[in-house]
Design a protein around this ligand. Sequence first.
Ligand SMILES: *[C@@H]1O[C@H](CO)[C@@H](O)[C@H](O)[C@H]1NC(C)=O
Ligand SMILES: *[C@@H]1O[C@H](CO)[C@@H](O)[C@H](O)[C@H]1NC(C)=O
Length: 448
Amino acid sequence: MAKYSKLEDGTILTVKKSNQISKKIKLIAIAAISFVTLGLLCSFFFMKDPVIKQGYIDNTEHRFNDTIGKYTFMTHMQRYPFDKALEAIKSGNEAEIAGYRSLILDYLFEFNRQTPSVIPDLSCKKPVFKATCSEPIFSGKRDSPAKIGLLIQFGFEVDTLLIILHQYRDLVDKIFILESTRTHFKNTKKPLVWERLKYSPEFLPFSDMVVHLVVDDAPLAAASDDMWQMERYQEHQRWSKFVEWNKDTKYFTDSDLLGFGDADEVPSLNVLTELKNCKFRDEIFVVDVGIWFPMGTIYQAFRTDFPVEFTLPYTLGDPTFYTLAGAMKGGVPSRQRGTSAHHILGGMHMSNYCYLPTILLKDMTCTECGMFDKDNLQLMKERFFSNDSQVIQKWQQERCSVSHWGTRIIDVQQLDNNNRQAVSVPWYLECNKGMFPSWEHLPDSRLL
Ligand SMILES: *[C@@H]1O[C@H](CO)[C@@H](O)[C@H](O)[C@H]1NC(C)=O
Ligand SMILES: *[C@@H]1O[C@H](CO)[C@@H](O)[C@H](O)[C@H]1NC(C)=O
């Protein structure tokens, strides 16, 4: 720093006396020196920061282009530098490990983003429901339909996003997708998924419906090692960004509805139709949706930890809908997991979706688990290099097994009439089961 300012002062002094040519040369020299100094300063700050630190990886020889169609999932993943990643893990160099962890997300995402190769059945149309307003939470029909906003956290569930956007069209007016440039787990860099999807033909029709909220690197630099802190932080951000958006647009008014949940907590068309057209009784401002939790295939039902009431053990009490006035009452509104005093039934928790690239991405990023270790990476490498699609199929089946849940999972046919009211498959999935065969634990042609 000292050297640089001295040089700058000195140069400016001499410039005054010198001719035009040497003035130019000196200006160029100043620019060059400033550039180098700035660069050094920047890298110095980067190195000092315990969170942003991430090893540079020369990936030139492994770069992929036109992956889709040219490579199978297996041959694509064979190009990930497994050996170098394993070396980095062995050496314990955290910055390098972070680099390879981030890189595998990018590799997996390349297949996760591929929309299904099966063409949607255009003759299968979205059903239209008529509101009855007969649920006890309602006092009657609204004079005009409410606007509905849905605020969701989003990770990597591209197939789920396609299904829910079809589900919500014409019923949900705005869907606020909160994404972060870093994962919950060790703040690893990750792609912003909506940014990469929004111009693709499947997603373009929904671009007016989606409001993209992004948590960028700046606040995350301050994140601590507490993995849950980031989730709480994101909930907070989701709300404050919404409030800011609505203050400017004035799009939602007091009696409109806001839903809070994860991308995979999907209310039925019937529930959305009722919420949109019916008036809550005066004292009610928050309602949970009791949804069915099939845990990976549409033929099952899971006894959840967060039912809407004890007689409905096979429901999960999310998402949660508030009137805007109710949500503004104070604090940060969020999903209530069945603890709200009121509920309405119908929907599907699209969790445990068994498409291998999505599962592996979740393994690599989820808050509770860190699967980027030597044993797991070695196993992945062996499987990807087996050149045997059966191995991939078996791997998927093994990862999707729910046998450890034992009797908490029953056949969906065994549900009693009350619990069965919550069961509802999103219409786009119902019409296009062939596009999403993992929901029936069948092989997905994208992986063959
Ligand atoms: C990527 O594209 C470049 C230029 O089109 C080509 O030379 C290269 O071989 C491609 N790489 C792969 C792995 O396909
Ligand atoms: C699978 O194919 C790759 C080349 O794509 C090769 O390097 C590897 O040895 C093969 N694995 C087996 C088990 O044959």
